[in-house]
Design a protein around this ligand. Sequence first.
Ligand code: DCP
Ligand code: MG
Length: 443
Amino acid sequence: MDGARLPGTSADDGDRIVAHVDMDCFYAACERRREPALEDDPVVVGMGFEPGETHGAVATASYEAREYGVDSAMAISAALERLPRKVDAVEDPALDVADAGFYRPVDMEYYESVSDAVRTILHDRAPVVREVSIDEAYLDVTDVTEWDTVEQWAARLKGEIRSTVGVPASVGVAPTMSAAKVASDRDKPDGLVVVEPGDVREFFADLPVEDVHGVGPVTAEELGELGIETAGELASEEPDVLEARFGERGLEIYRYARGEDDREVTPRGRPKSLSRESAFTEATADREQLADRVRSLAASVADRATSKDALYRTIGIKVVTPPFDVNTRARSLPGPVDEPDLVESVALDLLDEFEGQRVRKVGVRVSNLSFAAGRQASLGGFDGADDESESVETTAEGDEGDPGRSSDGQVTLTGAPWADDEGADDATAGSLEGQTTIDDFRG
Ligand code: DCP
Ligand code: MG
């Protein structure tokens, strides 16, 4: 370890330098990239605000639009109440054009391409990169910078992303992943926050417990019942009390709240999809039997996604009809979700097309995965990651490639076999040859 340490810090030679990069209002920034006239105006990206559409949600809003109260996951109708569209404001004398915004539909393919360009820079700049989602990554930069130069290093990285790709990023740097993550969020947009070793606990002290890695809304509420509202309070609670209430996990969140986080930034073969399939002893056209099987497959796949902290944007089914015709259908959603009910309803919906046909085997798959930051990080923290390789696809080959996009933003894929059909590194691989994963559905 050759990193120079600032005098007066409690850093020791084991300290890592971790950077967390999170793009600012990413989808909106992408829209601005190709439509520079939008630069200083409120921009909302979402689904379902096209004429005639009545429901849908905001994927993201530019910071100008956030000032009107528009934010991710808000219903489009609510967003339009707060911030009318420019085009409407121009025509309606009751509306002020100055207080109106531009609305754009989600274009994932384009955002993925921008994300790829950012990733290229991250990989150029850091030896170890862990991508978390389309707009977020952790970098271990211990070997490429030092604490007294890391701020300049991060500023250069941001500058390069801005000048080369044309989108703004916020960067947090700290000795741990959790502190780096919180730091990148501290000064958004265009933020740059460095938390030096020795300052981590103080940095966390006033944050709400929800900001502590591993503390979700439910745990936060339970902590609230114990009178613990901030990370500082959690950090100074008796560990015994936490252990009694939450078990081993109580000790873990206690350590995280104290800024102790020894997770390492490791590159991860990101799973492309999660799937389950199951064969019938005899091909059947019985709607209820098929639907039942699809329901349990959907529940199982959704469970696995939840346990892996995966969000999915595409839900698909596979229907094998005699003799061995593999049909796949999929539907893409406007944004990544973790919604077991949706997996079931979309899968059943897609199954309708095969009404009346005899079916040998059915499968359900979620794909276009992303890993929500706080939750994703728990893979390294609380999860036994050892089952990962046998239950996820890690190959890029055989993925659905370039789906056609229809005008309503829903992507319907047809015909392409699933990656696991081709022997990808998945628990269901090889099941086409008659082995099934039916064991997964007993009970
Ligand atoms: N996203 C979405 N639906 C959500 C949240 C996010 O579709 N409920 C998409 C749109 C975002 C992108 O994911 O642009 C990245 O998510 P972030 O949480 O990083 O949000 P932004 O990058 O938009 O804003 P910020 O500047 O707060 O990071
Ligand atoms: Mg972001």
